[in-house]
Design a protein around this ligand. Structure first.
Ligand SMILES: [Fe+2]
Length: 330
């Protein structure tokens, strides 16, 4: 049985971060027909005791009173909400979906290395309300998973949870969006001897089986190319003493990546340096895809891989294949 996709329940609520909650609320009510539910003020930590740094206006959606939008404004300069607004501008901060079992969903996401803003579930002990945020680098916005209980029904929020959840976004506040830097290297250990790994890597015909380069093919003249929408790109696979280098000879902009192969206790240690100069976003994507490719490589070399992990890797690689195919050709 595969772990993904997750079985999300209904859309629960969404949250905006704005400079002026009152003005945004008026627009939603007067122009769009949203309905007033209540105001909720919270101290997420930047206000003195007894005061607040987070103002929330909860409105119900015009067509569905059980679903709400939360319009949030930071009340202090040093509040997370004001800093977030400065870093990312006003707009949708997150969209929340219910799940029946957040612990189970959390474990699956964690096992796949999917980024969440906290390493544990935010939990209100009294009501049992549980929440987490998936990191926005994956989708461009935060996605909240929320497990509701009879004591925390639709449209209700617990202030301690709101404060704690808010504090999990701290790494997204800086100039860089506060994100951890893109990894510079991806490493995996594979239970196969280095010679076997090198033999497999160095065979271009194997690429479609384990990488996003699924249209690698041999021409009638015997050259290896990657077929792309815009034309074929020559591909060279160079086997050296310490690994295998793949070189795409895109005109004016050759691209290469090296898979280092070394002896490890239990087989081989594969290390792949993320090429420099890709930019943060592409470096991050590249690292994710290489991670997935290494899972497929391990599987192709006979390692026993959990079926859910294998399926997730296969999906990632298939998605990236479409990006590769759309890249400039020769
Ligand atoms: Fe939320």
């Amino acid at each position: 049985m595969t772990s993904f996709p997750l079985s999300l329940g209904r859309f629960d609520h969404y949250t905006l971060i704005v400079p002026d909650a009152e003005a945004s609320t008026r627009f939603h009510i007067d122009v769009l027909g949203f309905g007033w539910v209540r105001e909720q003020k919270v101290n997420a930590g930047s206000a003195p005791e007894g005061e607040f740094d987070m103002l929330n206006h909860v409105l119900h959606l015009p067509g569905d009173p059980s679903r709400v939008v939360v319009i949030t404004e930071g009340l202090t300069e040093s509040s997370i909400f004001r800093k977030y607004l400065d870093a990312h501008g006003p707009g949708i901060h997150h969209i929340a979906y219910t799940v029946d079992d957040l612990a189970e969903a959390f474990a699956k996401l964690e096992a796949e290395g999917i980024t969440m803003t906290s390493d544990r579930i935010v939990h209100d002990p009294l009501s049992g309300l549980r929440q987490v945020f998936l990191g926005r680098e994956q989708t461009g916005y935060f996605i909240e998973l929320i497990e509701r209980t009879d004591a925390a029904e639709e449209g209700t929020f617990k202030e301690d949870n709101m404060a704690e959840l808010a504090n999990t976004m701290k790494s997204y506040l800086g100039e860089e969006g506060g994100r951890t830097p893109a990894p510079s290297e991806v490493v995996a250990e594979i239970e196969a001897p280095p010679e076997a790994v090198m033999d497999f890597l160095a065979e271009p015909a194997n690429l479609p089986a384990w990488t996003a380069h699924q249209t690698v093919a041999q021409t009638a003249a015997g050259h290896w190319v990657e077929r792309r929408m815009a034309g074929d790109v020559p591909l060279n696979v160079v086997r050296g003493g310490e690994g295998v280098t793949f070189v795409w000879d895109t005109p004016g902009k050759p691209f290469s990546i090296h898979f280092g192969v070394a002896q490890a206790d239990n087989g081989s240690r594969i290390s792949v340096a993320i090429p420099e100069g890709l930019g943060d976003e592409r470096a991050r994507r590249t690292a994710t895809v290489i991670g997935a490719e290494l899972v497929l490589l391990a599987s192709a070399l006979g390692m026993d891989i959990d079926s859910a992990v294998h399926e997730a890797a296969r999906m990632e690689v298939a998605r990236f294949h479409l990006e590769v195919y759309a890249r400039p050709g020769a």
